[in-house]
Design a protein around this ligand. Structure first.
Ligand code: TXA
Ligand code: MG
Length: 344
């Protein structure tokens, strides 16, 4: 299959909309990461997403809508007061809510769960695609399973060329990390996957928040996470990634030694560091994660892909505090590292 890469125009949107209605897949930009979309109400079309990604069938998808009035047909009961408050404050935007599902949503979308994940994205091209398709769109991130999520159309091309007919290019994604996933089926909203909408912000809006304790630790043997995606080794570069955490001077000192030892042993090491620390690594090969946690959110998936492109086989990364958007950054980075963290 030829994969076309088109800028977002009225013509390409019309073409994308008819592809979706015909049961085909279209990759498209959102403010978080690129999505791989199919008609959410067509089980066969949804099956093609799992095939193109190589995604395990027990990992459910997010259904994307382009207006709040598209929500009621997808869910079984009226949203809770907390859900309504979150929707009013954060939609459209990088936030996904988990509701009891209505029978209209195929089991293929929810992987057999009784709940459905719904997002109303902020990116105008994502909403224009949903409008053009005149259907809600089921979409995971547009990477092959296990690869870092794509934040540019070129990343999507790397993973999906030959597997899908069309990629809409809307430029780089503003947030750079996937949406915050919040279970609103109970009284207190529970963060299942951290993202741009932080727990601090959710508490402000709802008066309370729980963060699932699987967010910053590996799962125990046999544990079934509330968000099935948590059980897979995600976001991973090919090279072995080690996170070094602690006071900046000690971190820099340790990473320099780890790098030099790796080089000595014949490896191809690479450092991922905060912008201000780059000079401290001298002529060692180091890439910038930007100046702060928000910049890291934006840069992290692209730098992990760069690490692969540079053929790095021993990658050493600095960390950030797991507060605010830093929680989402560390959630992705620790999974990418298989929880290999050195404390100094
Ligand atoms: O920002 C995003 O959320 C992007 C863009 C494309 O919208 N999408 C995305 O989808 O990241 P995906 O499939 O890569 O991640 C969806 C996550 C998975 O961890 C999945 O297990 C979880 O949401 N999820 C989906 N439905 C769920 C449900 N009913 N209950 C619990 N978790 C659910
Ligand atoms: Mg994903």
């Amino acid at each position: 299959m030829q994969t076309e890469l088109l800028p977002v125009t009225p013509e390409s949107l019309a073409r994308a909309g008819s592809l979706i209605r015909a049961g085909a897949l279209v990759a498209f930009p959102t403010e978080t990461v690129y999505g791989l979309g199919a008609n959410a109400l067509d089980a066969d079309a949804v099956g093609r997403i799992f095939a193109a990604k190589g995604r395990p069938g027990d990992n459910p998808l997010i259904v994307h809508i382009s207006a709040p009035d598209q929500l009621p047909p997808l869910i079984a009961s009226d949203p809770s007061p907390a859900a309504k408050a979150l929707m009013a404050a954060c939609w459209p935007g990088p936030m996904t809510l988990i509701f009891p599902k209505s029978p209209a949503v195929p089991e293929a979308v929810t992987a057999g769960l009784s709940t459905v994940a719904v997002r109303y994205p902020g990116h105008p091209s994502a909403r224009a695609l949903i409008d053009a398709a005149r259907r809600p769109i089921a979409a995971p991130s547009a990477n092959r399973s296990g690869r870092p999520s794509p934040t540019t159309a070129r990343h999507v091309m790397e993973d999906m060329e030959g597997r899908i007919p069309l990629i809409l290019d809307g430029g780089p994604c503003a947030v750079g990390l996937e949406s915050t996933v919040i279970d609103v089926t109970g009284d207190t909203p529970r963060v299942l996957r951290p993202g741009g909408v932080t727990p601090e912000r959710i508490a402000e809006i709802c008066g309370g928040v729980a963060v699932d304790d699987a967010v910053l630790r590996p799962l125990k043997a046999g544990e079934r996470p509330r968000s099935p995606g948590m059980k897979y080794r995600h976001y991973a570069p090919t090279g072995a990634l080690t996170i070094v955490r602690g006071e900046p001077d000690a971190v820099i000192d340790r990473i320099r030694r780890l790098y030099d030892d790796a080089l000595e042993a014949g490896s191809r090491p690479l450092i991922l560091a905060l912008e201000g620390h780059i000079p401290a690594y001298g002529d060692r090969r180091a890439l910038s994660l930007g100046p702060d946690a928000a910049a890291m959110a934006h840069a992290i998936f692209a730098r992990l892909r760069d690490a692969d492109a540079l053929n790095a086989d021993a990658i050493f990364s600095e960390a950030t505090d797991a507060t605010g958007v830093g929680l989402a950054v560390m959630n992705r980075l620790e999974r990418a590292a298989g929880f290999h963290v050195v404390e100094v």
